[in-house]
Design a protein around this ligand. Structure first.
Ligand SMILES: Cc1ncc(COP(=O)(O)O)c(C=O)c1O
Length: 424
């Protein structure tokens, strides 16, 4: 049998039939293809602060005559032993962490933390299963879940993204009453300078979440995504991770971290730290089938940066830069008069994003007049509905301050504000 374009017809799997192109890939491609289209959407970091010298130095050193050949060979499926140890130290070095809680045998290196998340979810979920997420949540994760046929269900949060424990309890009771208890496979939190809300979860909020789960006897795996934890502006966020919080000891825990955003996205090295031995074994089995180890040379470069004690200095050098970029974007939004038009946001304390909320009746979705007008005017943003499991509300937008150089960032913000004024 042949399909209309005269290619033999393939009978695809359920995933193959239902999979849709990820919005993130489209947004990045548009940003790369047309430099005149200023992207407040793409999650790139700033070329101006890429660690060129560090990468050049260690790439050079690692390939010199007489150096071990192993970084240019395949490595371990779980990742380089020393890098796993050093990555434990990175997490343990954050405020409130219990250094003794970390064990490199529970750490695995991945092709970005995105892969760690994907593997973890694959090990847990079947078609139709449920993952609880914040509202809003990381839209690439929401799309990934959808692509795997998994239902993301939003935990009720307030307008700024704070979890509402009582409403969460009610949601869980409702899921139970509908016979869905066994389908709820995990909770996913983006708890440091969240993409997109830019807020961080306080220790009390995390404790309240743990209590709601425990009280309802929901000992489900908890996945904590800390992709932006190192990218604070002035002070680190004080709350320890779920790994160091005894309130979460009853749960299988996975902490996701990365060296992409804080170091170099192009090296695409991330990691997961999993406290549950069987879950970890399953994750590693899937990883073994998928790629039997992430880019070994890239891991070796990062290992050397950490080993030489140069990571902290690099982070210190980029924090002020990103703080400044966020200020520039926010200042333009204010100077353009967005607050007077009823737009709201919280000033970020870290990360690469400002999460703006227009007056409720404003439609900012991809197909909206607002979004199309922005594209005509040469500016892209991430429509906020993509960050909600139900696709609603429609009046939010994710504006990224990280990638564009300062003058273009100003210009992009001005174009965005001009459309907001026009549509007012
Ligand atoms: C919240 C969050 N988690 C995970 C990732 C994945 O990052 P990477 O795979 O580059 O480590 C991103 C990337 O934008 C992110 O924003």
């Amino acid at each position: 049998m042949t399909s209309p374009d005269s290619q033999p017809q393939i009978i695809f799997s359920k995933i193959g039939r239902e999979i849709q192109p990820p919005v993130i890939v489209d947004l990045m491609a548009r940003a790369l293809a047309n430099p005149e289209l200023l992207s407040l959407a793409a999650g790139f970091t700033d070329n101006a602060v890429l660690p060129r010298e560090l990468v050049a130095r260690f790439a050079f050193e690692l390939t010199q005559e007489g150096q071990p050949d192993e970084p240019l060979q395949y490595g371990q499926n779980q990742g380089r032993t020393r890098l796993r140890e050093l990555s434990c130290e990175v997490i343990a070095g954050h405020p409130g962490e219990q250094a003794s809680a970390f064990d490199s045998a529970k750490m695995f290196m991945t092709n970005g933390s995105q892969q760690a998340l994907y593997l973890a979810v694959q090990a847990l979920c079947d078609f139709g299963d449920i993952v609880l997420v914040e509202e809003p949540s990381y839209f690439v994760c929401l799309e990934m879940l959808k692509g795997l046929g998994i239902r993301a269900i939003g935990i009720p949060c307030d307008d700024a993204g704070a979890i509402q424990p009582e409403a969460m309890e009610a949601l869980l009771r409702d899921l139970d009453a509908r016979g869905e208890r066994d389908r709820v496979k995990a909770l996913y939190l983006v708890s440091y300078f969240c993409n997109p809300s830019s807020r961080s979860l306080e220790s009390d909020e995390k404790r309240a979440v743990a209590k709601v789960l425990l009280d309802g006897d929901w000992q489900i795996p908890v996945m904590e995504d800390a992709a932006y934890r190192e990218l604070y502006f002035d002070t680190p966020h004080a709350a320890p991770s779920i790994i160091s919080m005894p309130e979460f000891d009853a749960f299988p825990k996975l902490y996701l971290g990365t060296y992409t955003k804080p170091f170099a996205t192009g090296l695409k090295v991330g990691y997961g730290y999993c406290t549950h031995p069987q879950w970890l074994v399953k994750i590693l089995c899937i990883k073994g089938h998928q790629d039997f180890g992430s880019a070994h040379f890239n891991q070796a470069i990062i290992e050397r940066v950490l080993e030489e004690g140069l990571y902290a200095g690099h982070l210190a050098s980029i924090r002020q830069h990103y703080a400044h970029k966020a200020n520039v974007l926010e200042a333009e939004l204010i100077a353009g008069g967005l607050p007077e038009l009823g737009w709201r946001w919280e000033t970020p304390k870290g990360g690469l994003i400002i999460w703006v909320r227009a007056p409720l009746e404003t439609d900012l979705r991809m197909a909206s007049d607002f979004c199309q007008r922005c594209i005509e005017q040469g500016v892209l943003y991430v429509p906020g509905d993509l960050c909600f499991s139900s696709g609603k509300p429609w009046h939010c937008a994710r504006l990224a301050s990280g990638a564009l150089p300062e003058d273009r960032l100003r210009e992009a913000a001005q174009r965005f504000v001009a459309v907001a004024k026009e549509r007012n």
